[in-house]
Structures are given as structure tokens and as C-alpha cells.
Ligand binder design. Structure first.
Ligand SMILES: [Zn+2]
Ligand SMILES: [Zn+2]
Ligand SMILES: [Zn+2]
Length: 270
């Protein structure tokens, strides 16, 4: 690239890039107090995070707000993407990865399960035609790296996938890196996954709204999970406009809080 690259060093940190539910907060057309709030912590872009690992930046999901999120944090480079699942609010910022292939000198590795790969191959079919008449930045250059629930190494860190239930028909993955775990889009955690979430320094956990939901934890359910796992600190994410930041935080138990866009969490990847 002809211009200098803005590349903030985020090694040793996880940044919550987006902490909002699928429609974001404010929601289009909503006149509620949270959507009209001037507190920046009540503005939530779609759910995403990034890990600053020893070998580079690992983006968790490509939310529709990915471009704005990376610009906001001054992050000029994503070395690989790791997907939780294939829902639209976690995938459809993907085309903006086009800029990364210049910096990386090749395709962007996408670590995901088969279902996610199929969604991306279908939705972004133009990226997989192999057409050579396009200029180099016309379409995203992508390469898939299949993952399972087996731990794996990427960018110098060991990632432990955590199987989570996201309603009756969708299984997703959470991820543990050292003493930090990121578990969004979940309404039930199997016993074997609870076992993988012991001894955490920090847990990031789905909490959509005060009451429960068919595919997400409600706040009370999320608090109960946090009590059971007892990490040093829990932050809730994937929040709707039904959770006002300050009022909700004032009522939460110690060592639990709503997260907000841009929150930085120290990583200890062992
Ligand atoms: Zn979601
Ligand atoms: Zn609203
Ligand atoms: Zn989802």
C-alpha cells in the first residue's frame, strides 16, 4: 500500500468491538429512552471482539459494523478471523476484509465450522469464482480453516472452542484464550462446556435483555451462570435496548457488569 498503515498494537488485550444485539442500539426508528440516550455506553454496534495475540490480531466474527469498529479502535490489520456462528449479525461485514489481503500478501484465513463456511460460500459466492479478470482488491481473498471443538493454535496462542446452545436448532462456539472466555449467542451451556469455563479471570457472556429469550440468555439467567462459574469478572454482551447501561450496572452483583463498545480486557494466553 502506498500510504502508511495505522496499526495500533493491541497485543495482550481483548477489545469488545461491538456489544449490541442483531439490530444494534439504537434500533432504527426506536424512540425509547435507551435508543435516544446520549451516554455513549448505550450505543452498541453489532457483536464482535478482537484478540491481540502474539502473532497478530484475531478478529471474532465480521459484524455488519466491522469497518466502523476497526476505524474507531485504530486497528489497521486483521491477521485471521474466528467465527462463533453464521448469523447475519456476525458475518455480514466480511467484504471489508478486502483491504487486509494487501497487507497480509495473501488470503485472509477464516477459522470456522462447516456451517459457517457454507453460509459464507453462498452469501459471498462472487469471492469464490476464481475469475482472473478482476483487479486484485475487487473481491475478498479468503481461505477456510476448519475447526471443531478441539483446541487449536492460531497466531501463537492456544484457543479452546466451547460448544454453546443458541436455541433449539443452532449450536455455536465460544472461545477460551488463557483465563479469558468469550461466549455470545447462547441460551444454554452443556455440562461439558461448563467444565471448560472453570477458573476464569474474565468471562464475556450473552445477556440480551431482562427476561429470557428463545435463543439468548436473559440477564437473570446470565447472572446465574456467572455465579456458578465464579470468574473474577463477568461482562455481559449482545445487549438490546432493554438494558440501560448505568441503571442495570447499579443493580448487578459485584464483579458483574454490562460491557460497552471499546471495552479492553487484559489477556493472559499462558
Ligand atoms: Zn448475534
Ligand atoms: Zn429503543
Ligand atoms: Zn446468533
Amino acid at each position: 500500500m502506498p500510504h502508511p498503515l495505522i496499526h495500533t498494537d493491541i497485543t495482550g488485550q481483548m477489545i469488545l468491538l461491538g456489544t449490541g444485539t442483531s439490530v444494534g442500539v439504537p434500533a432504527i426508528g426506536c424512540g425509547c429512552a435507551v435508543c435516544r440516550s446520549t451516554n455513549p455506553k448505550n450505543r452498541r454496534t453489532r457483536c464482535s471482539a478482537i484478540f491481540g495475540l502474539p502473532g497478530g490480531n484475531l478478529l471474532i466474527d465480521t459484524a455488519p459494523d466491522m469497518r466502523e469498529q476497526l476505524l474507531r479502535e485504530g486497528i489497521g490489520l486483521v491477521h485471521a478471523v474466528l467465527y462463533t456462528h453464521e448469523h447475519a449479525d456476525h458475518v455480514f461485514g466480511l467484504d471489508d476484509l478486502r483491504l487486509m489481503q494487501f497487507c497480509l500478501g495473501g488470503p485472509v484465513p477464516l477459522y470456522c465450522e462447516e456451517r459457517v463456511e457454507q453460509r459464507i460460500r453462498t452469501s459471498y459466492d462472487y469471492a469464490f469464482t476464481g475469475a482472473s479478470d478482476l483487479h486484485r482488491g475487487a473481491v475478498p481473498q479468503l481461505v477456510f480453516r476448519r475447526i471443531t471443538t478441539e483446541p487449536f493454535e492460531v497466531l501463537g496462542a492456544r484457543i479452546t472452542p466451547i460448544r454453546l446452545r443458541h436455541g433449539p436448532r443452532c449450536d455455536v462456539l465460544g472461545f477460551r484464550v488463557g483465563d479469558v472466555a468469550y461466549c455470545t449467542d447462547v441460551n444454554a451451556i452443556p455440562a461439558e462446556s461448563m467444565a471448560l469455563l472453570q477458573g476464569l479471570d474474565c468471562l464475556v457472556l450473552d445477556a440480551l435483555r431482562p427476561r429470557g429469550h428463545a435463543t439468548h440468555f436473559g440477564l437473570d439467567e446470565a447472572v446465574a451462570i456467572a455465579r456458578e462459574l465464579a470468574p473474577r469478572q463477568t461482562y455481559f454482551t449482545h445487549m438490546s435496548h432493554e438494558l440501560e447501561h448505568e441503571a442495570t450496572n447499579a443493580a448487578l452483583p459485584p464483579r458483574m457488569a454490562l460491557s460497552h463498545d471499546g471495552l479492553r480486557i487484559p489477556l493472559n494466553h499462558g
